[in-house]
Design a protein around this ligand. Structure first.
Ligand SMILES: [Fe+2]
Length: 423
């Protein structure tokens, strides 16, 4: 915030204000009132002390007849694009791009399409249209295709009569498109896709088109790099699952144990409200929770019949070996290591390798412990049949009542089983 005489320069998040029933600046959804002046602030506004101080100050300036100088339109767009650079994952980036462009021009919805050889494809990772429209190839004769080929922003305010409007997408997404402004998305001098902004009351104008073009030029590089990162992550996951599957096969599992443990761990974690970032880490941790079994000889791991105390002590080492292997990977942090190291620990201290108790055991270790026991008991192995799910759940509940497993995680796993008709 920079004071200039009777005026202050405000950051982008102070999007506008209403004073004596006149709205100044860019309207945004959230409002807060200070000294009877309504401030419209964007979603990243928090009631932190500095924000309250700024609003108090701004209200005094306004009341004393001073002005708040809002950034120019171009500056606003640059700041929005800069803010979006903080998004690491594609789903967040797409969601926030859509939100910001709609705010920018006062539209209802936005879509982002990527150019693939001879057609365009929607980029969707979450929301109502997810799973419905990504698979629909959008032809180059469509409006999006026309914008891409034209290489310039374009406005379509009369879609009813426009034969280029590709209705297949509206149908699949259960959406009615009334008007569109769109621009190619640029990375340096290359077009990589199209951004379309949909449905503005009264139609779009030239200023909207120019704003969307500026935005598309600024966001292209970030969008492409995030998309590539997402593709790389997917491929990496496939490789990790293949490694985990190989380990499971050595351990007499007749099915993909690590994959199942990952599935149940994520079901549990979603139900207790873990963030998307934590869910992604948990997925990594659960896939590789038994990776340390690589270090256990076949003569012990595959031994039919009962293990000696010495052999069992050796098996226990798979947790420590796993943590050692994972700690060599740059991306891996303590949460992820906890999954491998602590999934056999028990809350009452009776587990291994260290006999840790309660909160000493990491969150991932406690979640994976429940998922691991559930899958190990309920599934068939080369030397045993799978148990009835209701019997497995009984064991898990008893273990949580005896203070061995985290009660919350057993409870939400039960919820999952009930909701899916498995018990
Ligand atoms: Fe294990």
């Amino acid at each position: 915030m920079k004071k200039e005489g009777g005026t202050i320069r405000v950051p982008t998040w102070l999007c506008g204000y209403r004073y004596e029933n006149v709205i100044y600046g860019r309207f945004s959804k959230k409002t807060t009132t200070v000294d009877a002046i309504d401030f419209f602030v964007s979603d990243d506004f928090t009631n932190s002390q500095i924000s309250i101080e700024l609003l108090n100050y701004a209200s005094q300036v306004i009341k004393n007849g001073g002005n708040i100088i809002l950034p120019t339109r171009h500056q606003q767009i640059v700041q929005i694009a800069a803010k979006l650079n903080n998004n690491i994952r594609l789903y967040e980036l797409l969601r926030n791009i859509q939100y910001e462009v709609c705010e920018l021009v006062g539209a209802e919805a936005a879509s982002i399409l990527l150019f693939k050889k001879d057609h365009l494809e929607f980029m969707v990772t979450a929301g109502g249209a997810s799973g419905k429209i990504e698979a629909i190839p959008v032809p180059m004769e469509s409006i999006a295709g026309t914008i891409f080929l034209n290489g310039k922003p374009m406005i379509f305010n009369d879609l009813e009569k426009d034969s280029r409007h590709f209705k297949g997408v509206d149908k699949a997404a259960k959406f009615v498109t009334k008007n569109i402004v769109g621009s190619p998305i640029w990375v340096d001098n290359k077009k990589i896709g199209v951004i379309e902004v949909l449905n503005k009351n009264g139609g779009f104008n030239e200023e909207d088109a120019s704003d969307i073009e500026t935005f598309s030029k600024l966001i292209g590089k970030k969008l492409l790099s995030t998309w590539k990162y997402e593709q790389f992550s997917k491929e990496l996951k496939t490789i990790l699952l293949a490694i985990a599957d190989a380990i499971d096969k050595r351990d007499n599992y007749t099915h993909q144990h690590s994959k199942n443990v990952t599935f149940y761990s994520l079901e549990i974690a979603k139900r207790v409200g873990l963030s998307q970032e934590k869910l992604e880490k948990l997925e990594f941790s659960a896939i590789l929770h038994d990776v340390g079994k690589i270090g256990i000889p076949d003569s012990i791991l595959r031994k039919p019949g009962k293990l000696t105390d010495e052999e069992f002590a050796y098996i226990k080492n798979h947790t420590v070996y796993g943590a050692e292997i994972l700690s060599q990977i740059k991306y891996v942090d303590n949460d992820i290591i906890s999954g491998a190291l602590e999934h056999h620990e028990k809350l009452d201290g009776s587990g291994y390798p260290y006999g840790k108790k309660g909160e000493e055991i990491g969150l991932f270790g406690r979640i994976i412990a429940v998922a691991d026991i559930f899958d190990a008991l309920s599934s068939k192995r080369t030397y045993k049949e799978g148990w009835q799910i209701s019997d497995v759940l009984k064991i898990l509940k008893e273990d949580s009542q005896r203070g061995k497993l985290d009660e919350r995680f057993v409870k939400v796993l039960e919820e999952y089983l009930i909701e899916n008709g498995l018990i």
